[in-house]
Design a protein around this ligand. Structure first.
Ligand SMILES: *Cc1c(COP(=O)(O)O)cnc(C)c1O
Length: 387
């Protein structure tokens, strides 16, 4: 079967795919339709938290699959309640709304923030400040939130009520907060799609103070940075702040589609009965997968994430053909002398899968990638960059 041909004929042409069809794998090793093996440092964009075909995760998911696959939110469901409990206990936040993707997790955060502004401050307090070079999703509203004009042009008019500040410039945020009737500031602690750029601690902590002063909610978009990716359970935990809302998705389900909007004290009950919903949200199988993933993101695993991160930074910083290395934990951006595409193609030919973020090569390996496999892959990446 020629998958590439079929895809070209029948799939909407929204994706520029690498010339590769992945069919199976084991941990951080994946194989294509011809049986060629690769070490995967992309994990389906930070989704396969424990790699591919992880036995424990499969057992948790299939156990639930054998019981009931879907209930709808007309009924109570145990995996969903247990997962919400874990998310709250481990963040200190209060309640959770479940959806199916990052964009939806952000949509819920935006609705909660607007409702908060409207009920606490007045009807017009609906503006949300986001950062330039941010990425918050592909729906019309999350596109409006996304501070990158390249994504906007084709789909105007976008949802009104978003203004964009310069990242790491607290004065710019303050200015916007004073010029517009605002209810919230939304940010990624490490801008993923924007080029793997961490915010400064000073800026993030400054946002917390400013938010108190102006009665704004802090919304941490942890769709990519969440679930162990940065070396802490959630990225904000590296910055010693507590947001008012945390949205997450990607790595939470370990490969199954789930989004979660975790609501803090101020907004725990702001969305009442009938104000929001999702048919698939809180699906028992996705929740069972997420429960398994969360239960395994403990101190020891996170220490391993930080150690692997340090290894990658040490190996790549100052290496031949590499201009800079940025990021946090196992979310790493590499600026190379060659173009990112050239490096990605070179790596793929030699059996290593890496991806792109803006002009950088991006690494998002499994949180538990085997150290020997990581060493092999980084060795190959270094050679490709140096050639
Ligand atoms: C990927 C991503 C999203 C969008 O998630 P989808 O599941 O593709 O809708 C939103 N925010 C951030 C920070 C992301 O990295």
């Amino acid at each position: 079967m020629n998958v590439k041909k079929l895809d070209g004929e029948y799939i909407a042409p929204t994706y520029a795919r690498f010339p590769l069809c992945l069919v199976a794998g084991n941990g951080s090793r994946v194989s294509d339709e011809n049986g060629k093996e690769y070490i995967d440092l992309g994990t389906g964009i930070a989704v396969n938290s424990f790699g591919v075909a992880d036995k424990e995760w499969i057992a948790a998911v299939t156990e639930q699959l054998g019981k009931i696959q879907h209930t709808s939110n007309l009924y109570y469901s145990e995996p969903c309640a247990l997962l919400a409990e874990q998310l709250c206990l481990r963040t200190g936040m209060k309640k959770v709304f479940f959806s199916n993707s990052g964009a939806e997790a952000n949509e819920c955060a935006i609705k909660a923030a607007r409702k908060y502004g409207e009920s606490k401050k007045g009807k017009e307090y609906t503006t949300i400040i986001t950062l330039r070079d941010s990425f918050h999703g592909r729906t019309i509203t999350t596109l409006a939130a996304t501070g990158q004009e390249v994504f906007h042009g084709d789909f105007l008019p976008l949802t009104a009520g978003f203004v964009h500040a310069e990242a790491n410039n607290l004065e710019d945020v303050r200015r916007l907060a004073e010029e517009h009737p605002c209810c919230a500031v939304m940010f990624e602690v490490v801008q993923g799609e924007g080029g793997v750029r961490p915010l400064t601690k000073e800026f993030v902590q400054g946002l917390r103070v400013l938010a108190e002063e102006k009665d704004l909610l802090l919304i941490a978009d942890e769709v990519q940075t969440g679930n162990g990716r940065t070396g802490m359970l959630y990225g904000y935990m590296n910055f010693d702040i507590l947001p008012d809302i945390v949205s997450t998705a990607k790595g939470l389900g370990g490969g199954l589609p789930i989004g979660a909007t975790i609501l803090g004290e101020k907004v725990a009950d702001i969305l009442g009965a009938g104000m929001h919903g999702s048919t698939f949200g809180g699906n028992p199988i996705c929740c069972a997968g997420a429960l398994n993933v969360l239960s395994r993101i403990d101190d020891r695993l996170l220490e391993g994430v930080r150690a692997r991160s340090q290894y990658i930074f040490d190996e790549l910083s100052g290496a031949q053909g590499i201009r800079s290395v940025s990021g946090m934990g196992l979310m790493i951006g590499i600026e190379c002398e060659k173009s990112a595409s050239e490096v990605i193609d070179g790596c793929r030919q030699r059996g290593v899968l890496v991806i792109k973020a803006k002009q950088k090569v991006r690494l998002l390996p499994a949180l538990n990638i085997d150290m020997e496999e990581l060493k092999n892959a980084i060795g190959i990446l270094k050679e490709v960059c140096a050639q």
